[in-house]
Design a protein around this ligand. Structure first.
Ligand code: HDE
Length: 757
């Protein structure tokens, strides 16, 4: 992994590829043009397809064919053709009556080219429009075998998967780092058919009943009159709704916590949210909640970083996922299950398992690992795969079943329905990314975009004309098998009513549980987030009403936000229940692997490049990504000891890095950090380039480790940062790397944040 990371680090970060020889990239010397990149003057065999030009089946991790036609891979032949396969001598000029005359209607090539172009876009998803995805493999441990007969959860089974991460509110082109819930949807191509686990990075939802979904989404989306703000909850309609509809309180609190601004898709948990029902080979059922646990831990941005990134690099999460996979640093999650007895009341320790606004704390029901997900291949074509993938909560396999959660019931309807508009008809399961890897023998026929050429005359059952085929699964063995064999649980009888059960009326106890489980610094972030969002609202009544909601979570939270808004803090209207905090909910206090962390090495021409190369190597050896930052682009150093610059002071912004190293050498002085050389006789240059000072102070404010190697005291001093305070270290190479790794393992230098409580 490290070798690959090393090889592509520079290229991945959008810079000149790291040089093999000292000559490449020397300023002033034109780079040699690769013969492969010159436009040929006569037909030549195309280059072998690059990894990202092969059809979906070549990237299926276990080599399972997905049915994509390889002959239709783009740019795969020597000659341009029309969609009908007719060779074309020209695609640059319309057919005209004379070179200055009118374009002729008979130009079918022009018509075809423009017609296709005009229809390249399809409706974006109504929610979760902005997303990124990757292929991977799921390896089952077999530990779920006692509770489910699902074949992909049997011991040592490998299943290809496709996972799409997303934000919820924004449009397809919106920024990645906005404060929002993240989607975490997994398609398992199991040998028994497709299983979709369509989850989020937050374990609870805004609403308990699917009938409220249009309401919460209309409230969160931009205002209907001027269509702003984009991808934000910081506006009146959102807070209007959630302050009135208090079952949203728990989810909203998670959004205002650090979970609403993840550092990376690779560092998020995932949750199935609803309670599902597992069934084992003996027909015994168990209630279950699904969890994804990232191997890299759960980490977040700080709000200012997220905001800056939305402008500096709106594709931050997409880039991060793609780069990590491309470099061989494959992200991993363990799938875990919390299991509960399938009792008639479907509660556990008093918690209603059918209420999607409630969690079951891990301390009450531990999460048992059942398998490992590894994402190991990027999509080949974003549209074909990421846009066209269609998830559906009803894609279930034998051994996994739905419960009566009223939110889940609505989803069972909605996900099929939405594809009709988005993907243009009922045959979307035939799109390569959606194709099951199990044989299909259905009796569904015709419809828009039908690509199967069905044989036989009797797509109905019973029939005699097609030999009675297809037969029901299990008729040959006498045992009923397959999906949609319902567990014969009692369905509670009752009057037809439009009402929620009494247990759904508790909207605050778990929000308080979450608040009480946060560390002081996490509480501070929550207070800041509520204060920011409410300050963006115009309506005073909405702010006041929300403070009333906060009072029912915690008086201190309410008081602090009220102070920030300049409003009085109301008293609680509910009795506050102090549940036992759940340490598993906090992101602070543990240490985690460092893989894929991005370290900026700020250096200059006057530096010792042997030392800088040593630091680069140590960072790579630790599985992290070094990016060299200097005053100007090009190559630093001479002879064998050179380093390619990947960011300049003009392009580097602290938010891109998890930590900064100032790689100086004793005696090099401040000039080394880019103080612009003054001409002889000119006034003394500033102690350092102001852009370096900005890099430093911003990284300091965001709680990042700052390491000065060999004489960065003057620089730190110029930025007003004291060496020796938490996370600010000036030392030598080896010691500096050790300290860097210790600091990064905790994600941030938490002591640096004000913790008011
Ligand atoms: Fe979704 N949701 N949802 N949702 N959802 C969609 O389906 C819907 C809910 C989630 O990457 C849509 O194909 C209703 C909960 C994810 O393609 C749509 C309700 C959870 C994704 C839809 C919910 C989710 C979607 C839009 C309330 C977490 C992105 C496009 C009953 C457990 C999947 C599409 C992807 C997408 C409806 C609630 C997660 C409109 C009606 C709860 C991750 O069908």
């Amino acid at each position: 992994v490290k070798a690959v990371t090393d090889k592509i680090t520079g290229a991945l970060h959008g810079d000149a590829a790291p040089t093999d020889g000292p000559e490449d990239g020397v300023p002033g010397k034109p780079a040699p043009v690769s013969p492969q990149l010159v436009e040929p003057t006569e037909p030549v065999e195309p280059l072998p397809p690059k990894a990202d030009q092969s059809g979906p089946e070549t990237v299926s991790p276990t080599g399972q064919p997905t049915g994509a036609d390889q002959a239709r891979v783009a740019q795969s032949g020597a000659y341009l053709t029309t969609a009908q396969g007719v060779r074309m001598p020209d695609t640059d000029h319309s057919l005209k009556a004379g070179s200055r005359g009118p374009v002729l209607l008979q130009d079918h090539h022009l018509r075809e080219k423009l017609m296709h172009f005009d229809h390249e876009r399809i409706p974006e998803r109504v929610v979760h429009a902005r997303g990124s995805a990757a292929h991977g493999v799921f390896q089952s441990y077999g530990t779920a075998q006692t509770v489910t007969k699902a074949a992909f959860l049997a011991r040592d089974t490998e299943t290809p998967v496709f996972v799409r991460f997303s934000t919820v509110l924004g449009s397809r082109g919106s920024a990645d780092t906005v404060r929002d819930t993240r989607g975490f949807a997994t398609k398992f191509y199991t040998e028994e058919g497709v299983f979709d686990l369509v989850g989020n990075n937050i374990p609870v939802f805004f609403i308990q009943d699917a009938i409220k979904f249009p309401d919460i989404i209309h409230a969160g989306k931009p205002h209907p009159d001027r269509e702003i703000p984009q991808a934000q909850s910081a506006h009146d309609t959102f807070w209007d709704f959630v302050s009135l509809h208090t079952e949203a309180t728990h989810h909203t609190l998670w959004n205002m916590s650090d979970r609403g601004i993840p550092r990376s898709f690779r560092m998020m948990e995932g949750f199935g949210v609803h309670t599902f029902r597992l069934v084992n080979a003996q027909g015994t059922s168990t209630l279950v909640k699904f969890h994804w646990k990232p191997k890299l831990g759960v980490h977040s941005l700080v709000w200012e970083e997220a905001q800056i990134l939305a402008g500096v690099d709106p594709d931050f999460h997409r880039r991060d996922l793609f780069d990590a996979i491309e470099s061989g640093a494959f992200p991993q999650w363990e799938l875990g299950i919390q299991t509960f007895p399938d009792t008639d009341d479907q509660t556990f320790e008093g918690i209603d398992l059918l209420d999607a606004t409630k969690i079951v704390p891990e301390e009450l029901a531990p999460v048992k690992p059942v398998g490992l997900l590894t994402l190991n291949a990027n999509p080949s074509n974003f549209f074909a795969e990421v846009e066209q993938v269609a998830f559906h909560t009803g894609h279930l396999v034998p051994g996994i079943d739905a419960t009566d959660d009223p939110l889940l019931a609505g989803r069972m309807f909605s996900y099929l329905d939405t594809q009709l508009t988005r993907l243009g008809g009922p045959n979307f399961p035939q799109i390569p990314i959606n194709r099951t890897h199990a044989p299909v023998n259905d009796m569904l026929r015709d419809g828009f975009h039908q690509t199967a050429v069905h044989r036989g005359v009797a797509p109905y059952k019973p029939n005699s004309l097609d030999g009675g085929c297809p037969f029901y699964a299990g008729t040959d063995t006498g045992t009923f098998t397959g999906a949609f064999i319902e567990v014969p649980v009692e369905v509670p009888a009752g009057r037809k009513v439009r009402e929620a059960p009494a247990s759904f009326a508790d909207h605050f106890s778990q929000a308080r549980l979450f608040w009480l489980s946060m560390s002081p610094v996490e509480r501070e972030h929550i207070i800041a987030a509520y204060t920011f969002e409410l300050a963006k609202c115009y309506e005073q009544a909405i702010k006041e009403r929300t403070l009333g909601v906060l009072a029912n979570i915690d008086p201190e939270l309410c008081a602090q936000v009220a102070a920030g808004l300049g409003l009085p803090a109301p008293a609680a209207t509910e009795v506050l229940v102090d549940a036992r905090p759940s340490p598993a909910l906090s992101q602070v206090g543990r240490t985690w692997p460092l893989d894929g962390r991005v370290i900026g090495i700020v250096t200059g021409q006057a530096m010792d490049m042997v030392g800088v190369n040593g630091v680069r190597r140590a960072i790579l050896d630790a599985g992290m990504v070094p990016l060299v930052v200097a005053a100007a682009g090009g190559v630093l150093g001479t002879g064998d000891d050179t380093v390619t610059v990947q960011r300049t002071f003009a392009t580097a912004r602290s938010v891109e890095f998890d930590a900064l190293i100032f790689a100086g050498v004793p005696g090099a002085g401040a000039d080394a950090y880019g103080a612009r050389d003054a001409k002889a006789g000119a006034p003394r240059p500033p102690v350092s380039d102001p852009r370096v000072l900005a890099l430093l102070t911003e990284a300091y404010q965001h709680g990042k480790a700052l390491i000065g190697l060999g004489g960065a005291e003057a620089l730190f001093e110029a930025a007003g940062i004291s060496v020796g305070e938490p996370g600010v270290v000036v030392t030598d190479g080896a010691q500096g790397m050790r300290q860097l790794m210790e600091l990064l393992a905790a994600h941030r230098v938490w002591e640096r944040f004000p913790a008011a409580m």
